[in-house]
Design a binder for this molecule. Structure first.
Ligand SMILES: *Cc1c(COP(=O)(O)O)cnc(C)c1O
Length: 426
């Protein structure tokens, strides 16, 4: 089409359909601008964002502090590769390791890359420190996990759609039920070749499944007792989303230095992505202490873009915002209101049966079969009513707005959600 014609939503959708691979099934909304908790489509309709790009935009769309750091760095130096040092990486590495309380960081770009990195570090540690014989290390993972889309990661997924016809799969993973301490204990007791336990503190993608209160602490204790690395994938749950800096911080409300809190369940390896950049740039990170991270030597792992100066500048600004704007506390406060209000509605609802979650990572379960399109239809109607959310697995709708939302905006959103649900009551 000519550049002089104004692109409509229908045009944009047709272009993606014709020229893009069909690896997503988006809601038919074409967004062209974002600010804070709001998004606008190309026709100018305004929406509340209740997905936050799968919790990447915790700091709100186009946060001025983050964007300004990005612009400044982009005008100065964007990429050197790690063939040379740059003047931002070391400063960022000190910043991010102190922020999360680890000795070292390995910077990557996407969440999946960070998970891959953690798997590699864990295996290498198993051979060189734990003394497992080469090629025999196993990593325990959980049913219903989501850790990304690479060949190795989908090898241990049980989402058939994500796996089918992508084999042969990477071996060395043992799946156990999520939130099942006994299952973990049994596997650990039955094998001497376990290197790590990779877990999401809350299973976001699967439908915001919350483990029992003491699950993580017990799992960590079992790992420690068996000299097995406890690896937390906080790509979605981290960076204030669940009402604390990390989901492994438990009920601690401080904005950082959580290692000092009693409720903190210390991961041996921490995986971060998504909101570590506030959604401005692909940034991910793997954090660990020296005795683990030092197994990686020059040439054994890397990425052309990992740790680039723009990523470093953006991530520092994005993490500053989390502290300055007390996003954990806000997520905690608003999350309680969200679950209380939705919970009250659901008591007398036929269409929604349950609300669950922590902080501002929540979901409602829709009363229909897993393969029905009711959740989809509700999301379509919510979009019409000015709020964007998307069904996740089964008949579950995840609600994850930017954490910069005000209480007044949240109450407005709750009334949009409830009035939409009312249109679907039987
Ligand atoms: C999104 C996500 C990933 C993958 O991140 P990408 O940046 O999409 O590769 C990994 N783990 C969890 C828990 C996630 O939510």
């Amino acid at each position: 089409m000519s550049v002089l014609e104004k692109l409509t939503s229908a045009d944009a959708i047709a272009l993606e359909d014709k020229f893009g691979a069909h690896n997503y099934h988006p809601l038919p909304v074409v967004l062209s601008r974002g600010e804070g908790v709001y998004l606008w489509d190309i026709e100018g309709k305004k929406y509340y964002d209740f997905l936050s790009a799968y919790s990447a935009v915790n700091q709100g769309h186009c946060h001025p502090k983050i964007i300004s750091a990005m612009i400044h760095q982009a005008q100065t130096l964007t990429l050197t590769s790690r063939a040379f040092y740059n003047d931002k990486l070391g400063i960022y590495e000190e910043y991010v390791t102190k922020y999360f309380g680890f000795d070292k960081v390995l910077p990557m770009n996407t969440g999946a890359e960070a998970v891959e990195t953690a798997v590699k570090i864990c295996r290498k540690w198993a051979y060189e420190k734990k003394g497992i014989s080469e090629n025999n290390a196993q990593i325990i993972v959980c049913d219903g996990n989501f850790h990304g889309r690479t060949t190795t990661i989908i090898s241990f997924s049980n989402d058939e759609n994500a796996r089918k016809n992508f084999g042969p799969y990477t071996s060395g993973f043992i799946k156990i039920p999520y939130n099942d301490v006994e299952a973990l204990e049994n596997v650990l007791a039955s094998s001497t070749t376990i290197a790590g336990f990779l877990v999401e503190p809350i299973q976001g993608e699967a439908g915001v499944y919350m483990p029992s209160e003491d699950y993580l602490a017990k799992a960590k204790a079992l790992c420690a007792a068996n000299n097995v690395l406890f690896i937390a994938d906080e790509v979605q749950t981290g960076i204030a989303r669940t009402g604390s800096l990390l989901a492994v911080c438990g009920n601690c409300t401080c904005e950082n230095k959580c290692e000092k809190q009693a409720s903190y369940v210390a991961p041996d390896i921490l995986i971060l992505g998504k909101a570590i950049s506030g959604g401005a740039y692909p940034v991910s990170a793997v954090l660990a202490n020296n005795e683990i991270m030092n197994v990686i030597k020059p040439g054994q792992h890397g990425s052309t873009f990992g740790g680039n100066p723009v990523a470093a500048a953006v991530a520092m600004a994005a993490l500053d915002v989390v502290n300055e704007e007390k996003l954990s506390q806000n997520a905690r406060h608003l999350g309680k209101i969200f679950r209380t209000e939705l919970g009250k509605y659901i008591e007398n609802s036929n269409i929604a049966t349950l609300v669950r979650g922590k902080g501002l990572l929540n979901a409602i379960v829709i009363n229909d079969t897993e393969d029905s399109d009711t959740a989809w239809n509700i999301c379509m109607k919510m979009a019409e009513n000015g709020l964007l959310a998307k069904p996740t697995h089964g008949n579950i709708i995840r609600f994850a707005p930017p954490l910069v939302m005000t209480e007044e905006q949240l109450l407005d959103c709750i009334s949009i959600i409830i009035s939409t649900l009312q249109q679907f009551e039987k």
